[in-house]
Design a protein around this ligand. Structure first.
Ligand code: HEC
Length: 138
């Protein structure tokens, strides 16, 4: 991970709780690719999901957040999309970065200003992996 990448992830982690602001709602573009979603989930720099979550079919993840194994049994895809886009909507004190918001973030490095962490397509790709039936995990 580059220094800038690390700074970016942590700037976003520490942004949590610094005020809720109007969040963007991702457009549902097209169906996601579970293979790309799996790769994104594993990328510590671009997503960081496995730093905090266990995910089915992926090597041991972190425990700062709840395990995402069995997510489809307790959440709809739409709920998960909203949560990943901006977890502050559900918990203003969350430590989870707002992956599809450019609002209300704290100390974002200049090159990343105005950018969301995930693209709308990347978000759909991650969802398509998380909502695969467990036997079909690539
Ligand atoms: C810094 C730690 C952290 C990172 C990084 C993180 N999360 Fe979270 N996540 C949490 C925590 C903590 C919760 C529990 C709810 C809360 O506190 O907001 C959560 C909740 C969730 C939930 C709801 C789980 C449930 O049981 O309903 C989903 C889905 C989720 N995260 C997906 C992701 C995805 C996908 C990524 C990467 C794009 C990610 N998270 C990155 C900490 C994190």
């Amino acid at each position: 991970m580059t220094v800038l990448g690390l700074a970016r992830v942590w700037a976003l982690v520490f942004s949590a709780g610094w005020g809720w602001a109007a969040a963007q709602t991702p457009d549902v573009l097209q169906s996601g690719s579970p293979e790309r979603g799996k790769a994104l989930l594993l990328q510590r720099q671009d997503s960081g999901c496995v730093l905090c979550h266990q995910v089915q079919g992926l090597p041991a993840g972190g425990a700062l957040g709840p395990s995402l194994v069995g997510l489809p049994e307790r959440s709809t895809k739409d709920q998960a999309r909203e949560r990943i886009a901006d977890a502050r909507r559900f918990n203003p004190q969350t430590i989870m970065p707002a992956y599809f918001s450019t609002e209300g973030l704290y100390k974002v490095a200049t090159p990343y200003k105005g950018q969301t962490i995930l693209t709308a397509q990347g978000l759909e790709d991650i969802l398509s992996y998380l909502f695969l039936p467990s036997k079909a995990t690539p």
